[in-house]
Design a protein around this ligand. Structure first.
Ligand SMILES: Cc1cc2nc3c(=O)[nH]c(=O)nc-3n(C[C@H](O)[C@H](O)[C@H](O)COP(=O)(O)OP(=O)(O)OC[C@H]3O[C@@H](n4cnc5c(N)ncnc54)[C@H](O)[C@@H]3O)c2cc1C
Length: 474
């Protein structure tokens, strides 16, 4: 297993293929550092005996102890541990663990490559398992790249005016495929490998768009356009919260990229595009049941501490708001646990969580996210945005003002008040806060996708039958 330094050194050695504000940059650009710090913690914790059980597991391929983020779940216990692991990591980092997406795409692929082989007699699964072992042995980080540009949303992929609105197969050769297009979103600047899968179900005419593969992140023909997300910046008053953050959101372009057959996971088997897309999304929403619970934990912790420092922790209206946050966190988490406990094995041996509970959990998280921001904003009442700057707070001749006029309860030191409200300001009103809000609503699929998935899997007739019997309708 790699150390954090191994991860960083390999990342920094990659070919320059990232554009950031018009400049071609290396992975050592300071903009990526908060994200690299966050991923690095995963490597550190995985090597810490205290966390080994949560962050590592025995590979079903080799029996070796490997990072959990490279292991599709082989049991209910694996799924439960994955949720615990993601929640613990997001609590520790104060935000995204930046690793679960890769595990989720590998999990979906481990199921679907086997199912495609069973129907078409292809050889995707064995090839995929070799790739999985490569990922495990080298302790690499991969992505979840599903979202295509999509163009006109009312049209299918093959109907688009520009055929590249969905990543597609351009040409089949004896040694592999040439692919063209792009995938939107993701944090590919801090990843070793890019794993892509379809974003939606396909029809026969969409065949060239039923495509999945993995290539190295600095592979020939891959260009990454990165929009930085400004992380909190501290000069002197350091805090762990300000060390971690998002490394920048990316558009990953595949410009006539050649993918060798041993890295292709789906190639025109259109019937399985929807299956792969919905399974990867399902695994990712399972992760969200851990990480979104952690985000709410932090909102709750911050709101409770503000109330305590303000001397208002016993106020009924505040306690009710805190109870609502606690209920949200635990309902989302409980949906994840229920989805995991009701998981069933697939033909590949990978366990598939229950889609209704998982989607209910992710949906509940998405529908509550802005209310959580509202609650913390309400209880903290804007003090964060009116806090003395770090420079003023550290200027001795201003002590008389800065340390005096931000005071709350007499026994809470001014510096603790400054630290708390600074973090609350960053959680609520910073550029990064806006980014997390979008992620809280849309990451893993917008709420409409969860509603549709619940409806598609729900036995509505059974509910109608209950009422028919009670109403005496035959
Ligand atoms: C912070 C963040 C991180 C993300 N990370 C990743 C990632 O790592 N990997 C990844 O693959 N994706 C990622 N996503 C993408 C995310 O999953 C998508 O934003 C989400 O699935 C919505 O897709 P879209 O942006 O194309 O929206 P759209 O499809 O444009 O949806 C916009 C609205 O239009 C509606 N709509 C769309 N099509 C139709 C239709 N045919 N009929 C009726 N209504 C329609 C939708 O319901 C929605 O309300 C991320 C998103 C965010 C915000």
């Amino acid at each position: 297993m790699r150390t954090d330094k191994d991860y960083q050194n390999r990342l920094y050695s990659y070919k320059r293929n990232i554009y950031l504000k018009g400049e071609k940059v290396g992975r050592d650009h300071p903009s990526f550092q908060p994200g690299i710090n966050a991923v690095s913690e995963n490597f550190r914790l995985a090597l810490n005996p205290q966390y080994q059980d949560l962050f590592t597991t025995a590979s079903h391929l080799t029996g070796k102890r490997v990072n959990r983020f490279n292991c599709p779940p082989r049991s209910i216990e694996d799924l439960l541990k994955k949720i615990e692991c993601v929640r613990a990591l997001a609590q520790y980092l104060g935000g995204c663990a930046l690793r679960c997406g890769g595990m989720d795409s590998l999990s979906g692929l481990s199921v679907v490559t086997r199912e495609v082989d069973q129907e078409f007699g292809t050889d995707y699964h064995q090839q995929f398992l070799k790739f999985l072992q490569y990922m495990q042995d080298n302790d690499l980080v991969t992505s979840i790249l599903l979202t295509d540009p999509k163009g006109d949303r009312s049209l299918r992929p093959y109907q688009q005016a520009d055929p590249d609105m969905y990543l597609r197969i351009l040409e089949k050769k004896s040694a592999g495929l040439v692919v063209n297009g792009a995938k939107l979103f993701g944090e590919t600047a801090v990843q070793d490998e890019l794993t892509v899968a379809p974003t939606r179900a396909m029809t026969e005419k969409d065949g060239p768009y039923a495509l999945s593969f993995s290539v190295p992140a600095d592979y020939d023909g891959v260009t990454i356009l990165c929009k930085p997300v400004q992380a909190p910046k501290r000069k002197k008053i350091k805090a762990p919260y300000a060390d971690y953050g998002y490394p920048g959101i990316t558009i990953t372009v595949f410009d006539k990229v050649f993918v060798p057959w041993e890295r292709v996971w789906l190639c025109g088997e259109w019937k399985y595009a929807g299956r792969l897309s919905s399974l990867v999304a399902l695994y990712h929403r399972t992760s969200y049941c851990g990480c979104k619970a952690a985000v709410t934990d932090l909102m709750l912790g911050a709101a409770a501490l503000v109330a305590e420092y303000n001397g208002l922790e016993r106020e009924k209206h505040i306690r009710e708001k805190l109870a609502h946050l606690a209920a949200t966190a635990e309902q989302v988490y409980a949906c994840g646990v229920t989805g995991a406990v009701k998981a069933k094995p697939s033909s590949s041996g990978t366990f598939i969580p229950d889609p209704i509970y998982i989607n209910a959990g992710r949906y509940h998280a998405g529908m509550n996210i802005f209310h959580e921001y509202e609650t913390l904003s309400d209880i903290s009442a804007g003090q964060g945005i009116n806090l003395p700057t770090e420079e003023d707070f550290l200027t001795p001749e201003l002590d008389h003002f800065t340390k005096k006029y931000i005071k709350r309860k007499a026994d809470v030191p001014a510096e603790n008040i400054w630290r708390l409200f600074r973090m609350v300001d960053e959680m609520l009103y910073s550029e990064q806060a806006g980014f997390w809000q979008a992620a809280g609503l849309h990451g893993g699929g917008s709420p409409v996708m969860e509603r549709l998935t619940i409806l598609a899997n729900y036995d509505m007739d059974a509910k109608k039958s209950l009422v028919k019997r009670l109403a005496g309708i035959i």
